[in-house]
Design a protein around this ligand. Structure first.
Ligand code: ATP
Ligand code: MG
Length: 257
């Protein structure tokens, strides 16, 4: 099972990712959690101790140079386009109670279409995770889905786009849908979050008619508190746990009918 999560900044991508990861782990699955947001914070949401001490892969200059046979920190020059990545999940992840977390980090964007060793390594890794691993993989991404290439997109079982009641988050969802279409990724679905009133839900249903909506997570003060206290969301909100468990169950049923 390979799940990617996208959506506008602050809508609740990491919260949904953490709750889904917790669900799959509860089902006895091995879970690979991938923080693919340059502004990484999944470790914190998963309750992994001392998240500040994690070095994102994109900053592991020596490792990237060794794998891509490039010069560390140097632009240009030749390097390998198919670096070895299959041991990265074991070697460079943090592990906690059945979860392996990989933090990818951001790659500075050069000119248009920049191909640099960091981005080649991360893309190759994502392709490996999506196409060749048999764990459940949950990727917490940003609003873009640039780590996904055409071949990789085919291996994604669901791209979940988180939306909150508001036009900007709906706009972003429609843009993500378009990017996904361009990659041939048709399995896109929406999860509503921070729902306070029935009209919030109606707003989303009305503006996202063309996309299946897998569930609505209510606004819950306890999630904010958990965030402040660095506690995982499943410890504080049984309401959200129940809703996300239903979504997880739906995804599993869809995968193996
Ligand atoms: N259902 C909810 N009820 C209340 N607060 C929520 C809910 N979901 C998320 N939040 C809060 O909203 C903020 C953003 O959530 P989260 O970090 O999950 O979003 P994100 O989309 O991953 O953000 P970013 O784009 O910064 O990575 C956090 O402070 C979180 O506690
Ligand atoms: Mg996030």
């Amino acid at each position: 099972m390979k799940i990617a999560i996208s959506g506008k900044g602050g809508v609740g991508k990491t919260t949904l990712a953490a709750l889904l990861i917790n669900y799959f782990r509860g089902q006895g699955k091995k879970v690979l959690a991938v923080d693919a947001d340059p502004d990484a914070n999944l470790a914190l949401a998963l309750g992994i101790p001392d998240p500040g001490s994690i070095t994102p892969l994109s900053q592991m200059k020596e490792m990237i140079a060794e794998r891509t046979e490039s010069q560390p920190g140097k632009m240009g020059g030749f390097f390998k386009l198919n670096p070895k990545v299959d041991d990265i999940p074991e070697k460079y992840s943090r592990q906690l109670d059945g979860i392996k977390l990989i933090v990818m980090g951001g790659v500075k964007k050069g000119g248009s279409g920049c191909i640099c060793p960091e981005s080649v390594l991360l893309r190759t890794l994502v392709t490996h995770l999506v196409l060749l691993r048999d764990e459940v993989v949950v990727m917490d991404m940003e609003a873009g889905i640039e780590h996904l290439g055409r071949a990789t997109a085919k291996g994604v079982d669901r791209l979940l786009v988180v939306v909150e009641p508001g036009r900007r988050s709906v706009e972003t969802a429609l843009q993500v849908k378009k990017l996904a279409d361009d990659l041939g990724l048709t399995k896109v679905a929406v999860v509503g979050n921070k729902i306070r009133t029935p009209s919030d839900q109606e707003f989303l249903a009305e503006h996202l008619k063309d996309l299946p909506i897998l569930g609505y997570m209510p606004f819950d003060e306890r999630i904010i508190e958990a965030d402040l206290k660095a506690r995982p969301p499943w410890e504080v909100s049984p309401t959200l746990v129940e809703i996300v468990n239903d979504i997880g169950q739906h995804l599993m049923a869809e995968k193996s009918p």
